[in-house]
Design a protein around this ligand. Structure first.
Ligand code: KG4
Ligand code: ZN
Length: 344
């Protein structure tokens, strides 16, 4: 079975073809970073309009690269939520119309399920159960992944997501959008011990995060700094160290609590080298195998949606012919794919 995956929840148009036996056949991505850069963040209306322009050409490029025709697509998976509603609707309409025209099933996929399972596209792949640290622009969560569709949220951010904290801090430092990579780059030339920023929530039990206080601490420091240009690299490095420290310590706490021996790091902030290195070191220390999707599959992409969709489509799950997207959608509402009920 060949599944076409379509991702349009934010500012990346991602398409991929996944074969249930042969694995990933190919993927294409168009990033709208340049389109939104001058506004310092994603402009939802521009994002939707651009997805519409990219979807069909990307599909044609993908099929050509995989030497396949449209008629060889057996099912279509698309991101149904959470995300920007207009952007989600473009992918859903495209997927549902194409599926209807081809006479194949379509399935709406949870974006975060895609991120959680993205490491399954790599070799070696993790095995269930594992702990996932999901760190994206909109979400920060620690999730116990028991099986496909069986996700137990252990903790999450009570305010800003980790990526959001990187993006907002980058704006304070006059860095371009997206802020995460810009902070990471600047931090390489800075002293991470120059400023002592808070490590929010470490003194509280449990696995929840909070990043808005950290961002405010950077703002207060920025307002006190006379020569911001000279201090920027140190501010970026000190902020990154605080954010990474909190993520690592809560992750170790969750690993100990859940007694799991495998950790998957997913979502855009999972591309952060400092975080990757620190978690690898901690994994070695605590005898935990750490898995990452390749860098391009940490951020949004069609491959993770094709994979997550294929798991459910294989169990005959599908969505009705309707354009029904969810801007907000709690991961804990998901259910494991069920074997189909056969009505006699
Ligand atoms: O998963 P993703 O592509 O989109 C969402 O589902 O939100 O994550 C995007 C987030 C942005 O906030 C971006 O600044 C952050 O991931 N990000 C990074 C890095 N690369 C992307 N944050 C820190 N370091 C990076 N290298
Ligand atoms: Zn994402």
């Amino acid at each position: 079975m060949i599944v076409l995956g379509i991702e349009t929840s934010c500012d990346e148009t991602g398409l991929a073809l996944y074969h249930r036996d042969k694995g990933l056949l190919g993927h294409k991505l168009f990033s709208q970073i340049k389109l939104h850069a001058m506004y310092g963040g994603v402009v939802p209306e521009l994002a939707s309009r651009d997805h519409i322009l990219r979807l069909l050409p990307l599909l044609e490029q993908l099929l050509a690269a995989c030497k396949l025709g449209k008629s060889e697509i057996d099912a279509i998976a698309y991101t149904q939520g959470p995300g920007l509603l207009g952007a989600l609707l473009t992918g859903a309409s495209f997927a549902q119309s194409l599926a209807w025209a081809l006479g194949v099933p379509a399935l709406g996929v949870h974006h975060m399920e895609g991120h959680l399972l993205a490491a399954m596209l790599e070799q070696p792949a993790p095995e269930f159960p594992f702990l996932a640290l999901l760190v994206s622009g909109g979400h920060t969560m620690l999730v116990k992944v028991n099986a496909h569709g069986d996700y137990q949220k252990l903790g999450e951010s009570l305010d800003d997501a980790a990526g959001e904290a990187f993006d907002k801090t980058a704006r304070l430092l006059d860095l371009p959008y997206p802020g995460g990579p810009a902070i990471a780059k600047l931090a390489t030339g800075g002293n991470s011990a120059a400023y002592k920023f808070p490590r929010p929530m470490l003194d509280k039990p449990g696995f929840d995060f909070s990043f808005s206080g950290l961002k405010t601490a950077v703002l207060t420091q920025v307002q006190k700094t006379a020569d911001l240009d000279a201090a920027k690299a140190d501010l970026a490095a000190s902020f990154q160290a605080a954010a990474v420290d909190v993520l690592c310590q809560k992750t170790v706490r969750a690993l100990r609590h859940s007694n799991l021996q495998q950790l998957v790091v997913a979502g855009g902030v999972g591309a952060n080298m400092e975080l990757r290195q620190k978690l690898k070191q901690l994994g070695a220390k605590h005898n935990v195998a750490v898995f990452y999707p390749r860098l391009e599959f940490c951020t949004d992409n069609g491959a993770m949606i094709a994979y997550a969709g294929a798991m459910r489509l294989g169990k005959k799950e599908s969505s009705p012919l309707a354009i029904d997207c969810k801007a907000r959608w709690d991961l804990s509402q998901l259910q494991a794919p069920q074997p189909p009920i056969i009505d006699n």
